[in-house]
Design a protein. Structure first.
Length: 243
């Protein structure tokens, strides 16, 4: 993964298409002008690292465009994909608010534009606008709920149901469904990353994909997936709740 110098680019917070989905949407025009002045915007290519686990946290990162993978090192020294972040998501806010170094790493999986709002600017805005702090608190609560739900799924749901759920989640951003209910999906993740996201080993991922193909639920060609009947994925989830 490349973590060399990134290309800085000029971005205006007032015209940002993702701002309405960020914590910054509660700011006044004067406060937003402070963000605009106190940020650095950079372009990242796939494989570029935005920050490493253990790096000093200098502020809050906001994704304007692209796809970011959040990874963490396991006991064996392997980086495991924890989750995906999309335009409008903020990164590093928990480490910043806690005064800690980054507790995970962030890698661009697609060409991306990310803005770093410096720590001094964030602290000034939190003092001026308490609603901003509440938005970050709500974000932290949602992250905790999502993490608990993921643990629950990994301990109670069959592997096939977890994989079907992942494909259904990815279809909203990366899939095309025709009028007959068939789905064509271009996966943004490697098989190893998909395995990490549903809590299984890569060899188990290969077996699960093979079982989907043998049961004519989905067919895989590289990162392309064709699902003839999207209802079959939904049935996998429904069957798991009956067990």
């Amino acid at each position: 993964m490349n973590d060399g110098d990134k290309t800085e680019t000029s971005r205006n917070c007032f015209t940002c298409q993702s701002r309405g989905r960020t914590e910054w949407c509660v700011l006044t025009d004067d406060e937003l002008a402070l963000v605009d002045q106190g940020k650095i915007s950079r372009q990242y290519l796939p494989g570029d690292v935005i920050f490493h686990e253990g790096d000093e946290c200098h502020g809050v990162h906001c994704i304007e465009s692209g796809l970011i993978g959040i990874r963490k090192m396991d006991a064996a020294g392997n980086e495991i994909l924890l989750r995906l972040n999309h335009p409008g998501d903020t990164m590093g806010y928990r480490s910043f608010l806690a005064g800690n170094d980054h507790n995970n790493s962030a890698e661009a999986l697609e060409p991306s534009v990310i803005c770093l709002v410096g720590g001094g600017t964030v602290r000034s805005l939190l003092e001026k606008n308490p609603t901003l702090g509440l938005r970050f608190l709500k974000h932290a609560a949602k992250d905790l709920d999502d993490a608990e739900e993921k643990v629950l799924q990994s301990t109670t749901s069959p592997v096939r149901a977890r994989f079907a759920h992942l494909l259904l989640v990815l279809k909203d951003r990366y899939g095309v469904t025709d009028e007959d209910g068939a789905l064509d999906l271009e996966l943004p993740l490697s098989r190893q990353d998909m395995a990490a996201m549903i809590g299984i080993r890569p060899e188990s991922m290969s077996r699960t994909i093979r079982s989907f193909e043998e049961d004519d639920i989905a067919h895989f060609s590289g990162r392309r997936v064709h699902v003839a009947r999207i209802e079959d994925l939904i049935l996998e989830l429904e069957h798991s709740t009956e067990l």
